[in-house]
Design a binder for this molecule. Sequence first.
Ligand code: ME8
Length: 475
Amino acid sequence: MSKTFYITTPIFYPNAKLHMGHAYTVTLCDIICRAQKIQGKEGYLLTGADENTGKILKVVEEQGQSVEEYLSQVTENFKDLYSKLGISYNQFIKTSDKEKHWPGAQALWKKLVDAGDIYKASYTGLYCVGCETFYTEKDLADGKCPVHLTAPEQIKEENYFFRLSKYTQVIKEKIESDELLVLPQTRKNEILALLERGLEDISFSRPVKNVPHGIPVPGDNSQVIYVWCDALVNYISALGYGRDDELFQKFWPADVHVVGKDILRFHAAIWPAMLLSAGISLPKSLLVHGLITSGGHKMSKSLGNVIDPYELIEEYGYEAVRYYLAREVSPFEDGDMTTERFKESYNANLANGIGNLTSRIMKMAQDNLDAPIVITEEKNMSEYFALYDTYEISKAGDYVWNEIKFLDQYIQEHQPFKLIKTDKEAGQKMISDLVARLHRVALMLAPILPETSEKIKTLIKENKVPETQLFVRKD
Ligand code: ME8
């Protein structure tokens, strides 16, 4: 079995602030990667920013900043949120990075040219400015962009095209056979249906005037590489593809690209086609998660239902956010989030759940045990960690909280604090066993609540009650 585990987030656009949806993707990746590291793999988590977009030009102009200044500020903001969420990433790739990213994008472009899959054509197409994407009639919903629900513009341009159509059949076979595993099944069906209808060749470059800070097409400075042969390449350029490929040799193919369902087509059709054309192995899997809604609606400023991750972190602590995203949102479906549900779940499962249980057990331990318990090697954790291998993160959450509930009930029924008064030895044994089970809970919590996991382990090592409650109840 492979010793490495390479996982990626999408690279996010720098034109809007990151919100709970983005926080979800990176937190999910962090949890999955931590679980693999706990199981002994060398994990590598890549994230970054998709910066060569025309979308920022207006903002930059309005604010009187240079593109570089603007982008470096956005990167700081992204990194700030990641650090507040406790994300342990290995690299933050910026597509404006001429040293790290551009050689890879240009090297891949040349491979596509060598394979005969890039050609120049005059193109009239339906362009959605919001998506920066050309749509075909088939892609539109009632003549409108399916994402922005606005009518696309007719644009005529001279562009380079990529022969995507050529790869339809082989990609279909690879997805059908799970050689490229698309999870969940609903998304696999969705992409197979799309492939069944056939793929059209797509525009792969833009005139330089539209994105002056974009990556020049090798051999033609009048064009820049357009979105997908730029953004998608981050997954390999970050590993040194096209410059120094030590990391690439070590970590590619990716174990999983984690993406939202909005960018399924790009990752399950365009990216594999590019890799096939260039003779590079395909990623092993795509985990396509749903979108987070709030009160059943897409988060939007006009509805006033946008949930700001910073506010929740400020009020409840970052682990409360990680907990909610891990347990209350399934990676396979859309998930809903309201501040009311957040608070309810926080009180029930963190303050009254793990927080309370830790205090109860450690109080009995501190008062009645002569020394800290000795932890022997934990057995039978594999059933639990296997849930992470199939990305069943909310089930993993249920598993731990069932154990927490069980221990609460056990204490209720057996009352070790009373037993100790009549039979010291039996009472001490029961309390020691409870501490040992709490230790197992701490180990299981490590991917989701890494700080709490460490705190509990330390309390057990010192045989002490927490000085302050792990999670304070909110009224
Ligand atoms: O699409 N719920 O960038 P982007 C859950 N740059 N996840 C959400 C979400 C929501 N409501 N909203 C956004 C791009 N996301 C391209 C990607 S990759 C080579 C290029 C997350 O900033 C989710 O992961 O629009 C989604 O796929 C991604 O943010 C889109 O981010």
